[in-house]
Design a protein around this ligand. Sequence first.
Ligand SMILES: [Zn+2]
Length: 229
Amino acid sequence: MTSYSGIMVSDYSNEREALVKAGLKLVEQGLVSRTWGNISVKVNNSEMLITPSGKFYEDLTPADMVLINFKTNTYNKTGIKPSSEFKMHSGIYNARKEFNAIIHSHQMNASTCAAARREVPAVLDDLAQIVGPSVRCADYALPSTKKIVRATVKAMRGRNAALMANHGAVCAGRNLDEAFVVCQVLEKGCKAFIEAEFLGGAKHIGKFEAWAMHQIYLKKYSKLADKNN
Ligand SMILES: [Zn+2]
């Protein structure tokens, strides 16, 4: 068994395995390609596991996932290098205690809206329920900077996703499955928004109704999750 300064790769083996599967699913569903994007899961109140930097999803193994303390942004420097965007994941986990999984994707329709730096209004019921009353676009900042962390955390307030200007999207959930559903619903919502604009203009759900739908979804889902535990 490989050990890096006391961190056994057998630690959090279920989460490591889940990240490998999630990476493959992300590529299969066309939400990222090559080595782009990254996925993390929170494993306790101060640590997350994240996909590594610059490796193809198809080649990832459980041992490639990097354990990082998201409160201090520290990890074992002699081991595998984490995704360069790990500080963005840390920022989100620190700001949003309810999230246990984060996916940063380069999905096409969300990226198109991010290229236009458009806030996507709640044009579909499922977008309002699962993502939130709108999807904001975080201000542009260079990747891996403090500014991108701040801008993304701010854009996600009250929402499960945000667009990253001229880059892609970030989606979060209370578990990995939920974060995936957020990515899928975001992609569908962005596609509908773009195409509805061509059909004479997208018409969105009222802000209050959209906010209320999101709140009801969050509460209902929590009850279901409790029941399953
Ligand atoms: Zn990216």
